[in-house]
Each structure stands twice: as C-alpha cells, then as structure tokens.
Write a protein that binds this ligand. Structure first.
Ligand code: PMP
Length: 456
C-alpha cells in the first residue's frame, strides 16, 4: 500500500535497500564471521532468533561494556536493547565482573551451596517481600517450576494467562485468543500436546472475563506480567490489579507475577511499587547481571503447601530443577548484582533518563505528525504503531508490523544505535548518558524523515 502507519511505503522500501547496502559495506568482518558460522551452526547463529534483527547477515559482537557494544568491525554502538533486558543494568557491571573473577579459580558447580546462597535468599526476601526462594537457569524455567509447584500445591490443573503474553518457552502459555476462541499457537514446532486443555486465556484489563474464568473453580494460578511488555506494551487500567487480586483470592487461585521485564520499574519491581501482593514472583534475565540464572519466590502460605505437596508425593524425582541450577558462579553473580548493581541510585539515573527518552520520542512523533504512541515503564520505553495506547493483547498485536520494525531498527543500527528486535523497545542502563539518548533521538528523526509521506 502507498501509505502505511503514516509512511510512504515506496520511499520506505528505497530507504531499506540503501540501508542494507550500507550495512553490508560497513561490516565486512561480521560478513566473514557470519559466512564461517554458517558452515557448522544451524541457521548460521548460536540461536535462530539471532537472525531476527533485520540485518542482511548476522552482526557479530567483539565486546560489550556499560551502555556500549563494540561490533566485530570496530564500530561503537549505543545499546538500548541491552540483551532484551538481560543486560538492563549495563554490560559487564564492575561488581559482577569482580565476583566472577573471584569465583573463577574457586569452582563453578558442585551441586552444593556456598555462603552466597543464604545471602542471596535474604537479599531477595528483603527486596521483594516474599520469604522463600528457589532458583533456575532462565526465566522460562523459573516460570515452568513455579507453575508446577502451584499445580502440585493446589491440586488444580489450569493455568490462566493473558492473550498476547510471553513468559519464555514454557509450553503451557502458548495459547491465543483467535476470534474470541482459545487456540494453540500454530507456529510452535514439535508441540504434540493439546495446550488448550490446561490453559485458559483471556484478554488483559477485562475483569468480567477474569471473573468468569475463575468461577469455574479449576484455575491453579494466574501467571502474568503486571504490565504486558512482550507484544508492545500494555498498561493495566487504574484499579485493574486491585480488583483482579480480590477476584483471584475469592476463587481460591494464586497470583504469580513475572517481573522479568517489569523489574525496569524500580528496585522491587512493579508489583511492590504498586501494592500488588502476589503469592509468587519470577525474575530472570538481569538478576545475575547478565549471567544466566533466575529466581522464584513464594509466600509463607504457598511455601508451606509446596513443602507438603513434596512430602505427600511418592519418593522420587519431582520433575523440577536442572543440574546446574543454583550453581556457585550464578550465586556469586546474583549476590553482587543484588547488593551492588540493582541499587536505588542506579534506578534513579535510569528512570530520569528513560523519562527524557520517552518525552523526546513523543516530540519526534508529534513533529512528524505520525499516529504512533509511546509508553514508558521505568527504564523501559516502547513506541507502537497505533495512535492510542492499546488496552489488551489483541489491540497491541494489531499494531505490530515486523517489516516496518526491521527497517527502522536497521536504519538506527547504521546510525550507531541498537534497539530491541521483535518490537520497538528501548532500555536505558546505569551507564547510559544524556548524549547517548540524544543520539538515539537524532537517529530516529533522520530515519523517519526518510520514510514518512511528504507533507500534503
Ligand atoms: N518472562 C518474561 C516476562 C519475558 O519477557 C521473558 C523473555 N522475553 C521470559 C520470561 C523468558 O526469559 P528467558 O528467555 O530468559 O527464559
């Protein structure tokens, strides 16, 4: 179509062709490494998602420090993707690097605890207000395990999720509402179980739908991000969580808050900042400063029921956990992150800068009269291709435009700034500067100037 999201699509295509050529010219070393990797890596990259950046071939990285990534060709890129939150506290934070160096000659994994274990448990409990904790290697696994514990503890089978949610590759959550009906995601590979049997899906911000689903009496827990962040961003309406919590409690279900992304709100996450009292909390990605690990916490009541479920079960494998879980290296990284990196001072800087970024993007969009919206949650800012902030996953999903995202992201990358693939998410970290935010705003302005429809 000649016009799309307020743009001139023919101009946009010409821009894309120029940007692809420019990327190829500027990145000969990445091209060479990508060609070598294709010989033995399936899809040419360690994880096939790495091909989703919109670049003609895989950009390769030399190193990353603070807010900066140095690519294989020596360009310095300002990183607003930050590993899609894994590096939200900056790449290679000094206290984590020091902890890793200390641990480097003292062993990595023994299937036994070190003195870091109790310290991390205490730090988590003080920060999030839940008394009992366990660990995992990814947020995906932390979600998988907490859902298992809760199903075991409650004897109920159903999981309730919101349409358009993402909680990692835990199978149970890939059920969408299609024309109002639950349907298993058709892009899943090798999924042979019927996920709709044990997963209930409703729209976010819809209290009557929540009540109707809970009334069946078979929902073990609601697994939710307090703000949806994986389909663009969707904020809860005022009062939504307060009312939802009452309903969840009334119907004997539990509430699990997945704060993996919403930890961008502040040191204690979104739930704590907004008075939401969850029965369980999941946090992955940045909790080890970028070292692979994740945590999940439980209320005293849930912990008691989980312990009882284990005691009452026949002896044998619980089906929960992996060999490297809670390994010495990860515990050392988490202890340093919680004590010295994820601090109120770090958040103060991030939140102020993020507000500045969100404001700058709003001004840029207004200057170009583009019908897009901007949503900010703490250190996280998102722009979406719709005039009003979406109310639920369906609305947010309709605003996604993969082709347009790729084109904008590539244009930004060629101008020295990286933002998150799959949508338009930008994070600032403790080392991000005002000048770097200005660089992103200037680059975005330039890209938009080259693809928008000429003023009529
Ligand atoms: N929960 C949320 C809210 C997420 O956004 C993600 C990843 N985007 C995950 C869980 C899964 O994290 P991981 O891929 O590290 O397992």
């Amino acid at each position: 179509s000649p016009s799309r999201s307020g743009l001139d699509w023919a101009r946009a295509q010409a821009f894309l062709a120029r940007e692809r050529a420019s990327f190829a010219r500027a990145n000969p070393r990445s091209a060479e490494l990508a060609a070598q990797a294709r010989q033995h890596l399936l899809f040419g990259v360690p994880l096939h998602w790495m091909n989703d950046w919109g670049t003609p071939f895989a950009l390769h990285v030399d190193s990353a420090q603070g807010a900066l990534v140095i690519d294989a060709d020596g360009h310095t890129l300002v990183d607003f993707c930050l590993g899609d939150t894994g590096a939200m506290l900056g790449h290679a934070p000094a206290p984590v690097a020091a902890a890793l160096v200390r641990q480097a000659t003292r062993g990595y994994t023994t299937m036994l605890a070190t003195a870091d274990a109790a310290a991390v448990g205490q730090a988590l409990s003080e920060r999030f207000g839940l008394p009992f904790w366990q660990f995992a290697l990814s947020a995906t696994d932390a979600n998988r395990y907490i859902v298992r514990w809760i199903r075991a503890a409650t004897g109920r089978q159903k999981l309730l999720v919101f349409n358009g949610c993402y909680h990692g590759t835990i199978e149970d959550v890939f059920v969408d509402l299609v024309n109002g009906q639950p349907a298993q995601r058709d892009s899943l590979l090798g999924q042979v179980h019927d996920l709709t049997e044990h997963t209930v899906v409703i729209e976010f911000n819809d209290l009557p739908a929540l009540e109707a689903a809970l009334k069946q009496g078979d929902v073990a827990c609601v697994l939710a991000e307090p703000v949806m962040t994986n389909i663009g961003m969707v904020l809860p309406e005022p009062g939504y969580w307060q009312a939802a919590q009452v309903l969840i409690q009334q119907h004997g279900a539990l509430l699990v808050m997945d704060e993996t992304h919403t930890i961008s709100t502040g040191p204690g996450g979104y739930a704590r900042a907004h008075g939401i009292e969850a029965d369980a909390l999941v946090l992955g990605k940045p909790v080890g400063g970028g070292v692979p690990c994740a945590v999940y916490g439980m209320s005293a009541r849930l912990a008691e029921r989980a312990v009882k479920a284990k005691q009452d079960a026949p002896p044998g494998h619980s089906g929960i956990g992996t060999t490297l879980t809670g390994n010495m290296l990860a515990m050392a990284a988490m202890r340093a992150t919680l004590a010295e990196v994820m601090t109120p001072a770090a958040y103060e800087h991030m939140l102020a800068l993020s507000a500045r970024l969100a404001d700058g993007i709003r001004q840029t969009l207004a200057r170009h009269a583009l019908p897009w919206c901007v949503t900010q949650m703490g250190a996280r800012t998102e722009f979406q291709f719709c005039p009003q902030a979406p109310r639920n996953g369906s609305e947010a999903g309709h605003a996604l435009d993969g082709e347009l995202e790729h084109l904008i992201h590539l244009g930004l990358l060629n101008r020295g700034v990286m933002i998150t693939p799959f949508h338009n998410m930008m994070l600032v970290c403790p080392q991000t500067t005002v000048a770097q935010v200005e660089q992103l705003l200037t680059a975005l302005d330039e890209v938009i100037s080259q693809i928008k429809a000429p003023a009529s």
